[in-house]
Design a protein around this ligand. Structure first.
Ligand code: HEC
Length: 202
């Protein structure tokens, strides 16, 4: 490092016997500052204002992919009340269905289920549903005259169980979304109270 004449020139001021040099910042430091400042503009535009995925999105996608793999281990589930209630308590299944719901259902029910075109699925009011098997039936056959598509062709029976469990479990976290439609219905029966064990529903 060659000494420049400018180096080590002292400022006039002095505080408590401490004096400081008037040296310029090192070039590498200045460049780092300039480059970070320039980097910040597209970063903010893309990740905060534009479509850039947030850390949470990335985490969610990874969790969903992992859960999807686990799903393959469930075997064939049958579409009945005990199975739907039991799968509501399976966190991996709920995680996997969160992604599926976001992909296929959020267009009308919003990603959190609070409703837009379709009803709010998180409240206690339901139009076509009295029990969890009705959820599966609505999803399978749709209510095509009212804008709810039929999904029977797109889901396996196992998927149908899990989507139904996911929809049923949305009620555990009621959201003030679309105003209630239909009639209030009682809480789903507890899986344990219904005497459901691991082998139920086969
Ligand atoms: C194109 C819009 C649209 C999409 C996509 C859609 N739904 Fe719906 N859904 C509706 C509408 C509209 C209704 C209300 C039907 C009615 O008025 O009876 C509804 C009703 C329902 C109901 C019954 C609610 C009640 O109160 O009885 C369930 C459950 C449901 N949808 C689940 C789903 C699931 C799960 C998906 C994704 C696999 C989905 N929907 C995708 C529009 C949609």
């Amino acid at each position: 490092m060659a000494e420049e004449p400018y180096h080590d020139k002292l400022f006039d001021h002095e505080y408590d016997g401490i004096r400081e040099y008037d040296n310029p910042m090192p070039a590498w430091w200045v460049w780092m500052f300039v480059l970070s400042a320039l980097f910040a503009f597209p970063y903010v535009l893309w990740y905060h204002i534009g479509n850039g995925p947030s850390i949470l999105d990335a985490l969610e996608a990874e969790q969903a992919a992992y859960a999807e793999k686990l799903l393959a281990t469930y075997g064939d589930l049958s579409v009945d009340e005990p199975t739907i209630l039991r799968m509501m308590e399976d966190e991996n299944a709920m995680l996997a269905m969160k992604g599926l719901f976001k992909g296929k259902c959020s267009q009308c029910h919003l990603a959190d289920g609070s409703g837009s075109v379709g009803p709010n699925l998180t409240d206690d009011h339901w139009k076509n549903v009295k029990g969890v098997t009705d959820i599966a039936e609505v999803i399978r056959t749709g209510i095509t005259t009212k804008g709810m598509p039929a999904w029977g062709d797109q889901f396996t029976e196992t998927q149908l169980v899990l989507v139904s469990s996911y929809v049923a479990h949305l009620r555990e976290n009621p959201l003030p979304g679309k105003a209630p439609e239909g009639d209030p219905i009682p809480a789903w029966p507890a899986a344990s109270a219904a005497g459901i064990d691991e082998n139920a529903g086969e």
